[in-house]
Design a protein around this ligand. Structure first.
Ligand code: FE2
Length: 302
């Protein structure tokens, strides 16, 4: 089974690209790499050409696409075959003319998510960590109205495996050493729960959270340390209330990792993280976790 090796980028449709860009550069710590047709493309400190694209919204705010990285063309072709088998005919693989270019394909999954798989993009060579700046997308958490079917698709189509399961979440691991790159929330709608950006270390998460507070973005949940994945978390409502997370110290795993189930990952009453420090999430966080779906026109990736 061919597998993706992580989330390369996430695309959002926002009402005000200029204001969102100002936030994601000055406050969140990304760097602008390209502007095209009213859209802005931003990188982290890692290699990916861009990890976030901001597009002008045609209606209400939405996620346009989640793009996965693949090792090479052979892997992209194999994953394309696997997705075809799961979903029926999808658009062919092609040379991409998007910022960063590369080779790949896009499609809409059975629950309406716009997904893409890309290799050979024009990635960066300067990949040293920079304190307080995000490296990459650590994970995307997607809500699913049919989580068994969604899980089956991510596993059999894109090569993930379930690495842990809690009462409400399925953690999916792919061809890298991160504990998870996709999380499926067992919900009733097919929206995006949140997008997590990975910081280099705990202090960077803490200082990033401080920078958010300084700029009028209070912590909606956290700071805490999750059970499954062992990562530190701080959740925020970003510009236009997009649900975003700063995370760090994500557990690194190998093939010998033993998955565990909901009974193992239960916290004692009154606890929602390993430390017992964080307050419960705010009502606003609960609301924005289910506020953004995928736009209709996200299938085209060239
Ligand atoms: Fe998360």
């Amino acid at each position: 089974m061919a597998a993706v090796r992580g989330v390369r980028s996430v695309e959002m449709e926002v009402a005000d690209v200029g204001r969102a860009t100002e936030f994601y550069t000055r406050v969140w710590g990304l760097s602008e790499v390209e502007r095209r047709g009213g859209s802005c493309y931003l990188r982290g400190t890692g290699a990916y050409h861009h990890i976030l694209a901001l597009h002008p919204a045609t209606g209400r705010g939405a996620f346009r696409r989640v793009t996965f990285d693949a090792a090479d063309r052979k892997t992209v072709d194999s994953i394309h075959r696997q997705v075809n088998e799961q979903l029926g005919p999808i658009a062919a693989c092609q040379e991409l003319k998007l910022p960063g270019g590369g080779y790949g394909f896009g499609f809409k999954d059975a629950e309406g998510r716009n997904l893409a798989v890309v290799c050979d993009a024009a990635d960066h060579r300067d990949v040293a960590d920079v304190a307080d700046r995000p490296r990459k997308i650590a994970h995307v958490n997607v809500n699913s109205a049919d989580h068994p079917a969604a899980t089956r698709f991510f596993c059999e189509g894109l090569g993930f495996r379930v690495i842990d399961e809690t009462g409400g979440l399925l953690f999916l691991h792919c061809d890298n050493t991160d504990h998870n790159s996709i999380v499926i929330s067992k919900e009733s709608r097919n929206t995006v729960n949140h997008v997590a950006f990975e910081m280099a270390d705990l202090d960077s998460v803490m200082r990033g959270a401080g920078r958010m507070k300084d700029n009028g973005y209070p912590i909606e949940w956290g700071i805490g340390r999750h059970g499954a994945g062992n990562n530190v978390f701080a959740y925020f409502a970003g510009p236009e209330e997009f649900p975003i997370e700063l995370t760090g110290e994500v557990m690194q795993v190998g093939p010998d990792y033993v998955p565990r189930g909901p009974e193992h990952w239960k916290f004692p009453p009154g606890r929602a993280d390993q430390w017992g420090v964080t307050a419960p999430h705010t009502a606003r966080w609960k609301r924005i976790q289910d506020m953004f779906g995928f736009s209709a026109d996200g299938q085209i990736v060239s």
